[in-house]
Write a protein that binds this ligand. Structure first.
Ligand SMILES: Cc1cc2nc3c(=O)[nH]c(=O)nc-3n(C[C@H](O)[C@H](O)[C@H](O)COP(=O)(O)OP(=O)(O)OC[C@H]3O[C@@H](n4cnc5c(N)ncnc54)[C@H](O)[C@@H]3O)c2cc1C
Length: 368
């Protein structure tokens, strides 16, 4: 017998992991507004290279043995009735609800539409525009901006590619100057123009961009790798604005519950746990929340478990691919320093496959 109805809102990295963890012990319903899992880590390459167009999409059909996956946009959590409301009007009763709606990202790392066909079409549009551009501007020199600039350069050796970054060095938010220097050296040696201390905004004329000093860059195409926005507007519109902090993240306590709500959890990019918003953190939060949800559902039973407290992840390896055959890995080492490893580790651990086989296995599919 399974204990309780758990509705997981959002089938990204955190939601998928959590649903799978609880599938054997609770009645799980996973709801996502799109019909397939989107492996975002492969999305930058998919936006540039046609042969990667379908790689990021993995069906949900083999994820759960007992629970179900529903396609639909959640618009409200009705805490009085303990129901989740979908845009279609359908209502899903819950004993525990988990908000795992992640964050929105600029193109090309977005899933546009609800079906694979729609999203593939959007990738094809980016690939065509990149293929026809003489000058591509990438704004934002964090891991995504560096990775995207490298992918574009490798796909378009003859085009001009500029990476403009507001900070004093690439990857500076990671705290590793060495990694920033390595990334810059790779890009410049491959003919990418790197402009630092360049806070960009759109210029007055179409196809122009200006930095804070008033310098104008003309480009046929621009991509903005400048940050993310939590997917919580729907919560605000549904009257749960008091669950959010000023940046729109869901406020959680150390058990990953929404403050003061024993049956509402929030995991992954959507919450305000202070750490880098990356997949290992989303997965670790899903694991901890699964434990705490089981503890909550069994709280009156004989096998009562104590809730666990989440410890934010501040130091974790970070890999930045430079295309499929090169990259760098930032590896925290004891004493607070970061070692920077080169091509071999980065290619094996991520750059070549972008962790697609791993994610496919998580969803019950074999191989690449
Ligand atoms: C370009 C790029 C590259 C990245 N590369 C890496 C990397 O290499 N390594 C790494 O560790 N991290 C990487 N990240 C970060 C990583 O993608 C996030 O940390 C991760 O996606 C967080 O997972 P999540 O489950 O919280 O959210 P998401 O993966 O964003 O999933 C949220 C889900 O919620 C659904 N949803 C949203 N609103 C609703 C609604 N109202 N109703 C129903 N469903 C809804 C969405 O459709 C989505 O499926 C990268 C991010 C980007 C943008």
């Amino acid at each position: 017998m399974r204990d309780g109805d758990v509705v997981v809102i959002g089938g990204g990295y955190a939601g998928v992991r959590l649903a799978k963890r609880l599938d054997a012990t609770a009645r799980v319903t996973l709801v996502d507004r799109k019909e397939v899992f989107f492996h975002r880590i492969a999305s930058l390459r998919a936006g540039v290279h046609p042969e990667w167009s379908v790689t990021p999409f993995i069906p949900y059909d083999r994820l759960l043995r007992n629970g179900r996956v529903v396609t639909g946009k959640v618009v409200r959590i009705d805490t009085a009735e303990r129901q989740v409301a979908l845009a279609t009007g359908e209502r899903l009763p819950y004993d525990v609800v988990v908000i795992a709606t992640g964050a929105d990202y600029p193109e090309p790392a977005r899933f546009t539409g609800t079906t694979t066909e729609e999203a593939v079409k959007s990738f094809a549009g980016h690939q065509q525009r990149i293929g026809g551009a003489d000058h591509v501007l990438v704004v934002g020199g964090g891991p995504s901006g560096v990775e995207l600039s490298a992918e574009i350069r490798l796909a378009r050796p003859q085009a001009r590619v500029t990476l403009a970054h507001a900070g004093p060095s690439l990857l500076h938010a990671t705290g590793s100057e060495r990694a920033g220097r390595r990334a810059r050296a790779w890009l410049e040696s491959h003919g990418v123009e790197v402009r630092l201390d360049s806070f960009m905004s759109p210029g007055n004329d179409f196809g122009t961009y200006r930095d804070a000093q008033g310098n104008i860059i003309e480009a046929d195409l621009s991509f903005w790798a400048t940050g993310t926005t939590p997917n919580t507007l729907w919560l605000r519109l549904a009257g749960h604005g008091d669950w959010l902090n000023p940046s729109g993240h869901v406020k959680v306590d150390r058990t990953l519950r929404v403050d003061g709500r024993p049956d509402v959890f929030a995991v992954g990019d959507v919450n305000d746990a202070t750490e880098l918003k990356i997949t290992p953190a989303a997965l670790a939060q899903a694991d901890l929340a699964a434990w705490n949800i089981r503890a909550h559902l069994n709280s009156s039973g004989r096998h009562r478990k104590e809730p666990r407290l989440y410890r934010p992840m501040h130091r974790t390896p970070l890999i930045v691919p430079f295309g499929p055959a090169d990259g760098l890995t930032m590896l925290p080492v004891p004493g607070g320093d970061t070692a920077v490893l080169g091509s071999r580790t980065s290619v094996l651990a991520k750059a070549k496959t972008l962790m697609t086989p791993y994610m496919r296995r998580q969803l019950g599919y074999a191989g690449a």
